[in-house]
Design a binder for this molecule. Sequence first.
Ligand code: B12
Ligand code: SF4
Length: 509
Amino acid sequence: MPFLPLPPAMRLAPPLDPRAPAPPPTPRHALLLNPFYPKDPHGSFGKHVLTPALALTGLAAATPSAWTVALWDENLLQGPPPLDPFPALVGITVHLTFAHRAYELARWYRARGALVVLGGPHVQSCPAEAREHADALVFSGGVRVWPRVLADAERGALSAEYQGSYRGPFDEEPVPRRELLPRGSFLTTASLVATRGCSNRCRFCHLATDGLDLPFQARDPARVAAEWAATGEPYAVFLDNNLGAQPEVLRALCRALAPLQGIWSAALSLDVTDDPSLVREMALAGCTGVFVGLETLETENLRAAGKRSPPPSDYARRVRILHDAGIQVNGSFVLGFDADGPDVFERTAEWIEQQRLECATFHILTPYPGTPLYRRLEQEGRLLHRNWELYDTAHVVFRPARMTETQLAEGYAWLYQRLFSPASIWARRPEDPGAVLPYLAMSVLYKKTNRLWPFLIRHRLVGPSWRPLIALSRRRHLAFRRRLALAGTMTRSFRETAPCRAPASPPLS
Ligand code: B12
Ligand code: SF4
């Protein structure tokens, strides 16, 4: 049961006028689009404007100077993409949940004489489907091949397919053009990537997609730090799949970030806690929150998913290591694995409350096309349909093994309702009394204000309204860091002698 009926702006893509006049395409003008997707009413709408994805700003940076380029993100609630100037070429990023909308946009532009190029993870997973909607497809990393695509388009010789790559020197890729983004539309525009790939290959993850050639690569930490500094943002979010995939890479990054005196958050796996000294370095470098794929409390589920990860019996101790370093934990859980029965929801909620996870994110198990999980469920005849829009981890798209589809859908909704309830938010407050108020303020703003988000997004007030809280978090964290550095080692006794006033971190989910 959703908390609120979903406002139309969060549910429906802005209409494309079928009778809109078609101005002649402007030569050498490219428009890059991030299509609309419906938002899940159970989670916070804030997660969609936390920080921008990097595909389009990266392509904009790779656009030769003879071209002009504009960006349009339909999720920023400013209506459909502008008509003037009408682009000669439209580049659209395609993820599975908004593939349908991407194709609709492609049809609309092609019918009016623009060339359409599609790229992104869903083009990799379902090339045959994407092909019929595009003048050209780009596979894999698009940045390096983009100038060639534009040059071919300009001389009227666009190929049907281009093979990009994730193998070239990562550091040679141009710095994303973040200045093209409306700053007020995001909590921070400092989305960064320091690595790509992952040391794991979980069977449900997009990274396990057939044919995806994505070896682990890391950028020069000094460049990453310089890129952040150039944004002028006090808070950065790392979009890496798993920033902790190689501990020594993360350690070097932390040392480069520490002098910036900013705060940041990242997604990573729990094995980062194998070495508490690394967690301490993260805290000293400004890490205030991590999004951790805990996935499940059942060892059997982890094994079946092929996830190499610490056993669930050790999760609590490891969460404690992060909390002791003032790092808030947003635990990500997948529901509906084959070993999950109807009791999984209550057990998960209780565990989260016992460990005082500041935030939790839930996903209904979803077989992304092209992954081993998809193949298995397809072979077992358990897929319900192929409507990708519902493959958003908020809908049940397969037949679960140990419960009904309704039980899974209702259990998912119940979990969000329970974890976003005032009682649960209160139960998970930090142990340190000084950190309670900022935590409550952040939790209420993030989790209890879905009514407000469409207004903030439409009027580009997301940045301005969050900035004071971010500034406060940063100040508190700088003080915390000084105490942590003085204490020298991060042990329980540190907590007793120099109480950890864990700053409330901006959420990451
Ligand atoms: C930011 C992000 C989000 C944001 C916003 C996304 C948005 N579109 O605005 C939020 C938090 C909302 C989000 C939500 C979800 N996400 Co998400 N997200 C990401 C994340 C972390 C970063 C994306 C990014 O900027 N990457 C960096 C850029 C540079 O890489 P890239 O996008 O792949 O682009 C390169 C190429 O693909 C190609 N390319 C891409 N687009 C185009 C376009 C053209 C024209 C060309 C030529 C080339 C090209 O060139 C680019 C540069 O080399 C990725 C993981 C990751 N690290 O990539 C997941 C990821 C994209 N998400 C994923 C998923 C599954 C989801 C969710 C369904 C579930 C979830 N895990 O939360 C929800 C869906 C929400 C919904 N209702 O639809 C999957 C996508 C799988 C798929 N087959 O589409 C990914 C890959 C994570 C994963 N490992 O499984 N996500
Ligand atoms: S650890 Fe995370 S990013 Fe890496 S393969 Fe597994 S789910 Fe994907």
